[in-house]
Design a protein around this ligand. Sequence first.
Ligand code: CS2
Length: 483
Amino acid sequence: MEAGLPADTPRLARTTPAPRIGIVHLGPGAFFRAFNAIWTEEAMAAQGGDWGICAVSLKSPTARDQMAPQDGCFTAVELGPAGETRKVIGAVAEVLVAPEDPALVVSRMADPGVRIVSLTVTEKGYCHEPSTGHLRLDHPDIAHDLSNPDRPRSALGFIVAALRARRAAGTGPFTVLSCDNLPSNGAVVRGVVLEFARALDATLADWIAGTVTFPATMVDRITPATTEADLQRLAQAEGYRDPAMVVHEPFRQWVIEDDFTAGRPAWDAVGAQMVSTVEAHELMKLRCLNGTHSTLAYLGYLGGYETIADTVADPAYAALCERLWADEIVPTLPQPEGEDLQAYTAALMARYRNPAIRHRTWQIAMDGSQKLPQRLLGTIRDNLAAGRVPHGLCLAVAAWMRYVGGVDEQGGAIDVRDPLAADLKAASDSAQTAEAKVAALLAKHEVFDAGLAEDARFREAVIAAYTALLNNGARAAVAARTA
Ligand code: CS2
């Protein structure tokens, strides 16, 4: 029970029939609820279809414990600068916890009514090497699933187990729809699914390659973690408790390759963009939004700012963002169809400044080892190839290196959340000087491919930036970069 609420505060209850299931979604976290579930609810309201969602958590029971007592429904709260609006979403018909009954999850995914399996499992959920895109066969979950293919743990294990069952039953394939912040996310998930399947059964891999589609998508909606205050405010406004509620910004954008092997909801009828190729939109979003998000997260956290809005309220940090877009990011982008990049980045700054969205720098700083390649390093590589040294982005990389060292500018411990956190801290601690620390972290080829790590222009720019952070602190380093 949320603290401070009357003990008799009722729980949110479903008031509309749950829709028939047509989608299994892996990763029922806040972003899925603020994004996929809302789009699908609106698509069914617009043009019908049995596209109810079975949401599956691969690890934690939290989402199930939050949603199952409410029969899958939850409140989506849109927080705009001018106020908030609330809507109860009923698209989720069932919530499962995979470790409790893997066979049940496989059977749901193998059900003929299921025609799409979608994913928001974060970058680390693909069990791949971010620098190469290849499957990590030594990943503990992958090693387990290859030995226990009927009782999988990983998203890939579930997808391949379900496809194997469908092939055996003659049910036909489903579409695999990655909704994570990865470049060419459709190709990435296709690649690791096929590598996993081939390690089990080459004929299954061939069948998947020939029948399953893996369209790429670009997804965008800023969705900060729900806080106790959000829960309290909702209960006071609506008179019910809803532990599954989510808060999100007004903006949303979904760009989808229209390549579905067994149909899809009418997402385009409610604003999604169906296109032939997503790559230019993906690069635009991953580099302009997620690249500056990570920059602001590390430099903002080190500078003592709690949220993105707090960080860009500092004129030097806002100026750094503008400088990055103009000089180091937009020049590397192909022109996405129908987009005005100047207007896009101006809208991004307005989104960052939204005072109602308290998006913590610490939250965005998570999993940097899985995020840096597609958010910062690809952009840096393209600048270097064009003969430019992107000093602003190199400052962001240096800030990430300072951050994973685990000690803030006041000497306090940083709670670093990252699959490689211990390894990265050990590398940083193994060296004493700025130059040696940078070298030790550049040697982590899970993050930095050899070509980039050995580029002297990049290495020297990161060492200079790291030294500035050590000597002067993040705020001064940012101010100096934008003077
Ligand atoms: C953020 C993203 O937490 C993070 O890493 O950069 O979740 C970001 O809010 C979304 O990609 C916005 O669409």
